[in-house]
Design a protein around this ligand. Structure first.
Ligand code: AMP
Ligand code: ZN
Length: 475
């Protein structure tokens, strides 16, 4: 099926053409592990996951690389100055930088798994790729793109790169508009950025390495260029990230990479819009107060409800989070699960329809393939459940597909409802079930059918499965 995506570089929805037929390679900017991920970060991760699942459903082999930023992310807008986020996080938690990196990476992965996000093919940590980052800076130095600011670091001279700022249509100076922090006046151009930062004199940092320019650490942008080239090659299909990353981080990644790899380095740039709060503010870790997935769990929501909420929106639109929105998502999700539980309870084997399956599979996949319109796909799923002409077996096979595509774990949750409710079968229903079993044993099929009808009329379903009889409350 045709895949279409909005490419930030061209500002258009484009048809996707892979570099290698049948394969898709993509790099997504991952978490900075100085604190818990907030549900905004996780929104971005859910969209990455849908992108991947959509390609898988279209028969692609997908190579996904996501980095873990455990060094070099400073707190200013351009990440070149200000506090070191990792060192600050370590001081807050009274642990070493290495300890918090491990702790928050593990926590992040717990959220990732709870949201049923498929793990990346590769998940490189910036600190494991220092040599590659030094190599990148060396190459840029050889090509004449760098200069040194004494006592500060090695900087990239953005005036040397003619296409600088193309990603967001910015110019050398325009790109800085709106920045809060005064830029370092020793820079040749306001947009120049650090490739390698020197450790402060007379101060031992917890994370620092030797380099041809002195002891220090890489600038934040270097890791994504170095690691993506190493793991995906010099030219790959898609690069993703939250909307905040296009203006500086991705712009600088392009400037660092294309002199080495040649243009274009990446074919499609996909950016996901923010999760915001009710007052319209971006949810952000640095503000200190934010909601993590733990708040969602503690309030008793299934993490799938959060995933469902995200899929009700579109990735190019900001989403305002509220608990009211979560409640209505919870209702919508539970309704779907209940109706599916009913379908599961009434399954009669052997009536699977291949042609219905293909028709509905396309109806469900088409909107997601068309610029990831997950909400439209969810409408199709509702329509499918409502359509009485589609057999239960076909519906269940389609829901297996839906679970692969959207990762909403519908079947798992529906089975849980069924099991839960079958545990509390009332005595009178159990007696009827026993009578039916006796009728069947004496081959009195008419009587057995009569009793089944009685059970059904009382609001219960009875199913003969390879593992015995199941009695499930109709929902
Ligand atoms: P960080 O851990 O801050 O480096 O961010 C990890 C990912 O989450 C990046 O792709 C960010 O662009 C993205 N991100 C940060 N804040 C938000 C937000 N409020 N909504 C959606 N994505 C976000
Ligand atoms: Zn990145």
């Amino acid at each position: 099926m045709t895949i279409r995506l909005f490419n930030t570089m061209s500002r258009k929805i484009e048809e996707f053409k892979p570099l290698v037929p049948g394969k898709m390679g993509f790099y997504s900017c991952g978490p900075t592990v100085y604190h818990y991920a907030h549900i905004g970060n996780l929104r971005t991760m859910i969209h990455n996951d849908i992108l991947k699942r959509m390609f898988l459903a279209n028969g692609y082999k997908v190579h996904h690389v996501m980095n873990i930023t455990d060094v070099g992310h400073l707190s200013s807008d351009d990440a070149d100055s200000g506090d070191d986020k990792m060192e600050k996080g370590a001081a807050r938690d009274k642990k070493s930088v290495w300890e918090i990196a491990k702790f928050y990476t593990d926590e992040f992965l717990r959220d990732y798994d709870d949201l049923n996000i498929i793990r990346p093919t590769d998940m490189p940590r910036a600190t494991d790729y220092i040599a590659e980052q030094i190599d990148l800076v060396k190459k840029l130095e050889e090509l004449g793109y760098t200069y040194e600011i004494a006592g500060d670091g090695i900087y990239y001279d953005t005036s040397k790169f003619a296409a600088y700022g193309q990603l967001t249509g910015g110019s050398l100076t325009g790109n800085r508009a709106g920045a809060r922090v005064e830029y370092n006046s020793d820079k040749r151009n306001p947009t120049d950025f650090a490739l390698w930062k020197f450790s402060p004199k007379n101060e031992k940092r917890q994370m620092e390495w030797n380099s041809p320019w002195g002891i220090g650490f890489p600038g934040w942008h270097a890791e994504c260029s170095a690691m993506s080239m190493k793991l995906l090659g010099n030219h790959f299909d898609i690069h993703t990230g939250g909307e905040d990353l296009s203006r500086i981080h991705h712009t600088n990644e392009i400037a660092q990479s294309e002199p080495i790899t040649g243009a274009p380095w990446v074919n499609y740039w996909v950016h996901f819009s923010f999760l915001i709060d009710k007052s319209g503010e971006k949810m952000s870790k640095s503000k200190g107060e934010f909601l993590g997935l733990d708040s969602v769990r503690k309030r008793g929501y299934d993490p799938m409800v959060y995933r469902y909420l995200i899929l009700l929106g579109h990735y190019q639109t900001q989403l305002a989070f509220s608990w009211e929105a979560m409640d209505s998502a919870a209702n919508g999700y539970k309704n779907l699960v209940r109706r599916l539980a009913d379908v599961l309870a009434n399954t009669v084997p052997g009536e699977f329809s291949e042609s219905d399956f293909v028709t509905w599979k396309d109806k469900i996949l088409a909107p997601v393939s068309d610029n990831m319109k997950t909400a439209e796909s969810l409408v199709q799923i509702q329509n499918l459940l409502r359509d009485d002409t589609i057999s239960a077996s076909t519906k269940i096979a389609l829901f297996e597909f839906v679970d692969d595509l959207l990762g909403l774990q519908f079947i798992d949750r529906a089975k849980k409802i069924n099991n839960l409710e079958s545990m509390t079968v009332p005595d009178d229903i159990q007696k009827l079930a026993d009578a039916r079993a006796a009728a069947k044993a004496s081959k009195d099929w008419g009587r057995a059918d009569e009793i089944r009808a009685q059970i059904e009329n009382a609001g219960w379903s009875i199913m003969d499965t390879p593992n015995g009889v199941k009695i499930i409350k109709k929902v």
